[in-house]
Design a protein around this ligand. Structure first.
Ligand SMILES: NC(=O)c1ccc[n+]([C@@H]2O[C@H](COP(=O)([O-])OP(=O)(O)OC[C@H]3O[C@@H](n4cnc5c(N)ncnc54)[C@H](O)[C@@H]3O)[C@@H](O)[C@H]2O)c1
Ligand SMILES: CC(C)[C@H](C(=O)O)[C@@H](O)C(=O)O
Ligand SMILES: [Mg+2]
Length: 371
């Protein structure tokens, strides 16, 4: 059987977005060019976010949304920046492009892994953080982000609601990931505010029902989201496994997880529309996924060529693993990143002086040796 050519909607976005996605796309090109390639990748680039407002008058065109639905996967940098702040917000602003594309592709499960590594720059004491490795799984298509909004000069509201089917599917995803080799412990830590919010009480009840009934081998614990933040900093390894949280809490907890490696610049993220693809077999049907680093457009360092490309490159690795079932290739990218860091190269956020391009090119050189 001939190898598949996967089409990737490539959305550089704003600020450092295009700088880091260029490096992630170059890594995928390197894989395509390898004689051992089991798949190749072709890119469909489009303006997205603030740059699309400038170019097209809207943060995402209908045509780009259609491309998002028809392509095999989406690779995005980040959107937004001071140029557009205050002019248009919510679904009309640059960030709205991300929200709308997530919604139309129904990528409900946002997988945001974090781990401690000695070459990082964690502000936490080594003996505290050593061995920490978990995934923050954020519900990505519901809750306060998507509820009806009222926005008036003197009053505003966001409806924060969840229904059974939305909670069941994210609970199944959490348990599935807890059973995967991506985490060291078969444990799900569900974070909510069931002491206060009705939407958290239904969350807790249905997470409990679904996981205990369908995944008895997975340990499930519930943790209030506010105290979870303290514990994530004081006892980080107790979260080894999968933290599952709704859209709002998951957004916040996944940025907090950047403290483990010490910089947002290395954290990848992938949003899936279904349970992960099984290991690659010829003819495998890809799982639709939207891959983007956790970080934003970092206007403070945009255009300087110093952004850390690792979060974007590792997001491409997540794409290979979870959308395409290309486990070995995903691991090769992760190994190439580790080898590069071990050689001492670092961008400024990790205490080094390498440029985005230098780091990206060193990662590709190491990858070539592993393919
Ligand atoms: N996925 C997205 O599109 C996305 C995600 C988050 C924020 N945003 C948007 O990005 C803009 C800026 O948001 P913010 O400042 O709150 O968060 P941010 O993640 O852009 O930046 C926070 C800090 O982390 C640093 N940082 C982030 N990524 C880095 C990288 N790859 N290398 C080195 N340092 C890095 C920045 O320099 C900054 O000091 C806002 O408009 C926000 O809405 C977009
Ligand atoms: C930019 C914004 C829409 C986005 C979110 O809140 O989902 C970002 O913060 C993220 O974490 O991906
Ligand atoms: Mg966020």
């Amino acid at each position: 059987m001939s190898k598949p050519e996967y089409s990737i909607l490539l959305l550089g976005g704003d600020g450092i977005g295009p700088e880091v996605t260029a490096e992630a796309a170059a890594v995928l090109d390197e894989l395509s060019a390898s004689p051992n390639a089991r798949a190749t990748f072709k890119f469909v680039p489009r303006a997205f976010g603030g740059c699309s407002i400038d170019e097209n008058g809207v943060s995402v065109t209908d045509e780009t949304l259609e491309q998002g639905k028809s392509c095999d996967a989406i690779l995005m940098g980040a959107v937004g920046g001071p140029k557009w702040d205050g002019k248009r917000r919510g679904f009309e602003g640059p960030e709205g492009a991300t929200l709308r594309l997530r919604e139309v592709t129904d990528v409900y499960a946002n997988i945001r892994p974090t781990e401690y590594f000695p070459q990082g720059k964690s502000p936490l004491r080594e003996e505290l953080v050593r061995g920490t490795k978990y995934i923050v799984l954020r519900e990505n298509c519901g809750g306060a982000f998507y509820g009806p909004k009222v926005e008036e000069p003197d009053y505003a509201s966001d409806l924060w609601s969840y229904k059974r089917s939305e909670i069941e599917r994210i609970a199944r995803m959490a348990a599935t990931l807890a059973l995967s080799p991506a985490v060291p412990v078969k444990k799900v830590i569900s974070c909510d505010k069931a002491n206060v919010l009705a939407s958290s009480r239904i969350w807790r009840r249905i997470v409990e029902e679904t996981i205990t009934k369908e995944f008895p081998e997975v340990e499930l614990v519930h943790q209030l989201a506010d105290s979870a933040t303290t514990l994530m900093m004081t006892k980080p390894s107790m979260f080894n496994g999968v933290i599952v949280a709704d859209n709002t809490f998951g957004d916040i907890l996944s940025d907090l997880a950047a403290v483990i490696p010490g910089t947002l610049g290395v954290l990848p993220s992938g949003c899936l529309a279904d349970l992960p693809a099984p290991a690659w077999t010829p003819g495998l049907k890809p799982v639709k996924g939207f891959f983007e680093p956790v970080h934003g457009s970092a206007p403070d360092i945009a255009g300087q060529g110093i952004a850390n490309p690792i979060g974007a490159i590792l997001s491409a690795a997540l794409m290979l693993r979870y959308s395409f079932g290309l486990f070995e290739e995903a691991k090769a990218i992760e190994d190439a990143v580790n080898l590069t860091l071990e050689s001492g190269l670092r961008t400024k956020d990790m205490g080094g002086s390498s440029s985005t391009k230098e780091l990206g090119s060193a990662i590709r050189e190491n990858l070539k040796k592993l393919l």
